[in-house]
Design a protein around this ligand. Structure first.
Ligand code: NAD
Length: 487
């Protein structure tokens, strides 16, 4: 990656067959720093012609190259080296990520280290994901093999650009696939570095390709491309549906990580201080641009006022500001369009009759960039649009509830089913709720998850398939059954 001295903009290229190249048509686009509203990088803009070049390289690497054929343990050594390189470059990549996304620097750096951990995990996982033997008596031997799936298109969103890419590349590479990564157009900068790191660590030519470019054009083209075996996508539910349609004619394997409207359920007997801190972090961290953000807070009527006071206090100290400053907890939202979307939803919430008890506008001291106050709606109902639809910004909708059955029912009255939390000292009650809520992930008395070690993904319109953990390898392998007649 170079700095274009004529324009002072950072220059980002495509990665095709292990080389940094310009787009075939020579086109570029700019990436904007959301904290300033100004362009800071110029990016090669891939077209369908570049997709064809990258697919040809990935196809050749899969059909003829060593990567799918080598011992999984040997592939693991390359992944381990990638993890080391990410750690070595974490300060540099974290700073670029903070500029491209507007997220606080410490958070951005943490995501690079978390990405390295994904590679550590899959470095040791590929040789532990094996087939089975099926008992058949003495006249036959029957077994299954886990074979690499093939050439994968991997399309990622802008909220965690490097980390979402790591979630995709780690298991795909461990399984022996080759791939084309398409970063989001709002945050295209760090994906090239992931490509650089892959080749520096030793992946063979063509195994990793990186193509920034417009999703509506090259994303759809990737999803429909006859020489691609699989598409793995993270992004909005509507885009996921388009990808399913685009990939239908070629019968691609498809995995989808989509949107969410995750419930956070707090009973009157919960540890209130702990639950309040998690409610605020879970709604406003990364400016609320998190698929698992706990954006519907269900509060037990028995402690409603007390808990509201706690979360408003905590939100007041949730510092919004310059992503590069040490004490900043929340930066801007990603773009002008996203700012307008968030603001429009706040207006919708007001018109629906919910009460803004905190925020609801641009912070007074932050006139440049796309900053929005953390915003809390109180006394909302579960059928309001601000409770049903994914806003993808720092907006928390608080809904009172009566009892266990009432809250499970409300939590489930939603199209999404990604994640959720429940807080109660009564573990039976908490587990009844954790089992009753139809989401792919639930946290009990905390907001954590199993991270790289466990499955990540959603029920209902939140997706298809599970990333991370050993489940992540299922997305990039297929099962072959071999039956040997010994008679
Ligand atoms: P998006 O759907 O607009 O874009 C995601 C990616 O798809 C981008 O790279 C984009 O260029 C590309 N794309 C756009 N249109 C396309 C098309 N027609 N065909 C193929 N590709 C296309 O999503 P976003 O705004 O970047 O990200 C926010 C969304 O991502 C939210 O809905 C959020 O919940 C979701 N998300 C989900 C998870 C999860 O794991 N479930 C994680 C992070 C984000």
């Amino acid at each position: 990656m170079a700095v274009d001295t004529a324009s002072e903009l950072r220059k980002v290229q495509l990665v095709i067959a292990g080389k940094l190249v310009d787009a075939a048509e020579g086109e570029t686009f700019e990436s904007v720093n959301p904290a300033t509203g100004k362009a800071w990088a110029t990016i090669a803009k891939a077209s369908n012609e570049d997709v064809d070049r990258a697919v040809a390289a990935a196809r050749k690497a899969f059909d003829e190259g060593p990567w799918p054929r080598m011992q999984p343990f040997a592939r693991g050594r390359v992944l381990a080296k990638m993890a080391d390189l990410m750690r070595e470059r974490a300060d540099e990549i974290g700073e670029l990520e903070a500029q491209d996304t507007g997220k606080p620097l410490a958070r951005a750096r943490g995501e690079i280290l978390a990405s390295a951990m994904v590679f550590d995990y899959y470095a040791g996982a590929g040789d532990k994901f094996f087939g089975e033997t099926i008992p058949f008596g003495e006249d036959a031997l029957s077994m299954t093999l886990r074979e690499p799936l093939g050439v994968c298109a991997q399309i990622v969103p802008w909220n965690f650009p490097f980390m979402m890419s790591a979630w995709k590349l780690g298991p795909a590479l461990a399984a022996g696939c080759t791939l084309i990564l398409k970063p989001a157009s709002n945050t295209p900068v760090t994906a090239q570095i992931l490509g650089e790191i892959a080749y520096e660590a030793g992946v063979p030519e063509g195994v990793v390709n990186v193509l920034p470019g417009p999703g509506g054009q090259i994303g759809e083209y990737l999803a429909s491309h006859p020489l691609i075996d699989k598409v793995a996508f993270t992004g909005e539910t509507e885009t996921g549906a388009k990808i399913l349609k685009a990939s239908a004619d070629t019968i691609k394997k498809v995995s989808l990580e989509l949107g969410g409207k995750s419930p956070n359920i707090v009973f009157a007997d919960a540890d209130m201080e702990k639950a309040a801190a998690a409610a605020v972090g879970g709604a406003f961290g990364n400016s609320g641009q998190v698929c698992t953000a706990r954006t519907r807070l269900f509060l037990d009527k028995g402690q409603y006022d007390n808990f509201m006071n706690l979360i408003v206090d905590q939100t007041e100290s949730f510092k919004v500001g310059d992503p590069m400053a040490d004490d900043t907890l929340m930066g801007p939202v990603i773009s002008d369009a996203q700012w307008e979307r968030v603001n429009a939803y706040v207006e919708i919430g007001r018109n629906e009759g919910a009460e803004v008890v905190y925020g609801g506008a641009r912070p007074s001291a932050l006139n440049d960039g796309y900053f929005y106050q953390p915003t809390i709606f109180a006394q909302a109902s579960n059928d309001m649009r601000i409770a049903r639809e994914e806003i993808f910004g720092p907006v928390l909708t608080v809904i009172p509830f009566d009892d266990v059955d009432d809250v499970i029912k409300m939590a489930n009255q939603n199209d999404y089913g990604l994640a959720g939390s429940v807080w109660s000292q009564d573990i039976n009650k908490a587990l009844r709720v954790a089992k009753g809520v139809r989401t792919g992930m639930m946290s009990v008395n905390g907001s954590g998850s199993a991270g790289v070690f466990g499955p990540f993904g959603g029920y209902k319109k939140s997706g298809i398939g599970r990333e991370l953990g050993m489940h992540g390898l299922e997305l990039y392998t297929q099962v072959k059954s071999i039956h040997i007649d010994l008679s």
